[in-house]
Ligand binder design. Sequence first.
Ligand SMILES: *Cc1c(COP(=O)(O)O)cnc(C)c1O
Length: 411
Amino acid sequence: MSISRRCEIPPTAGLPLEWEDFRAKPRSLSATLARFLSIPPPIMTCSGTAALIMALRTLQQRLPGRSRLIVPAYTCPLVALAAHFCPGLKIIPCDLLPNSIDLCPQQLASLCNEQTLAVVVTHLAGRVADTDTALAIAKSVGAAVIEDAAQSLGAQDGEDSLGLKGDIGFFSLAIGKGLTSAEGGVLFSRDAILHQQLVAQCANGLPTNIRWEITRTLQLFSYKLFYRPDRLFWVYGRALRRAIARGDSVAAVGDDFSIADIPLHRLGVKRQRVAAAATARLPAYLAEGKIRAQRRLAQLSQLPGVKVLDDGPGKQGVWPFLMVMMPSQRERDAAMQRLWTAGLGVTRLFINTLPDYPDVVPLLGDTLSLSNAQDFARRTLSVSNSHWLTDEKFAAILHVLRQSLLNASSD
Ligand SMILES: *Cc1c(COP(=O)(O)O)cnc(C)c1O
């Protein structure tokens, strides 16, 4: 492939920043997002994980004595690490349906009991997961539902933003999730009383922290400067290649989180203003991304045995990347061998299911079979939906995928 080594396509379709965003007139990010998404004016937190921790502490106060948090077995390890900040809480991983991001209803029902605080429904990869089934099961035992829409800001279930069906919803403004403030979280509840309790919880639990604010502000400038294919190698591609060279796929995708990566503080007003200014460009950016993704989804789906995650009727997700399921781990690994360091924006999402992350293990409660979630981890790869991934580069990806399928079947 004649693609320059220094060209690095971002692995997700993050909205690039403009210098005007840093100079824009003061505007409330909460009010801007409330208007854009038709949600209650959300609480701005320092990260999606911090939003989840505030949600869990609030629920622990409302439902005292309940100690089990059920989460999809394949999700961001930060979700499980949140339990560290909520004493007494145990993480119960739940398997997925085959070839799906949805929780397995049978296993969910068998895991739910009077000890269950909440069920987390995760709208992974911009897709819209099945919240209704989880709601029915959770409600039957008096548990809450939290919608983890960290990767899906802008997605809709029917006419509504994600996060409004469950009791509590949150988005992430981390780098790479779409809109960014270099780490940030968006927390809200459709229930006015619960929303007020979340406001109070965050007012107490998220103090101002100048040191973290300076760190994140520098990261936001770095994002402005380096988030482009001719510079991304220096802040992403180089570390990725080094991690892969030493066989550390967890580090390669930045999954190597620990509790030290979860500060709890307020999201600074200046960073909020930058993100609020950038939000003006987000609807058009998401709309273009959707057209590009649907065209490419159709092409990828024609590969024999390959399935690409899509939305069911009435669900309108967003497209940070395309989640591709190969027929088996063999084809997936063969493709990654050639694509991971090709600078084409092909990578993997989370490497493992939760019990395979050492830092998560002490936080886990009882675990049933997680075979579908493990299968998902083994067979999937992600193809960036960045606008910088040209049709020519996408064709190069398709070519490698086709070859990997052929070679694996002729072995
Ligand atoms: C990124 C992510 C989170 C955590 O969000 P941060 O803002 O990075 O703390 C939670 N859940 C999922 C599914 C995520 O992808």
